[in-house]
Design a protein. Sequence first.
Length: 127
Amino acid sequence: MTPTLAARMAATFDRISGGRLLVNLVTGGDVAELEGDGLFLDHAARYEASSEFIRIWRDVLAASHDSGEIDFEGRHLTVKGARVLYPPVQRPHPPVYFGGSSAAAHELAGEQVDTYLTWGEPRPMSR
């Protein structure tokens, strides 16, 4: 799915729900499943593409509140004159959640998401 289509869908769901939409960004983990969906990027490239995707998504939704549009040229994704005609209720966009434990995940989380999700890992057993 393109980030602008995802943004339009998010804006619609946010309006329908009265501003209650929360979005969870998932970069994907199972290689076979991703290849079955037509995505053949390695771990590092998936995080690059995810970062570009969510940047476009966030920026185009933020711009929609002022009838604006955005241009973006990345390694994996490029948009020109991207816009969302009907903005979401939440400003600048619905909140983005994300989780991951790799260095690339931490970098993406620090730059692009509103809430970082994590899970408890058991402490190593020491003797």
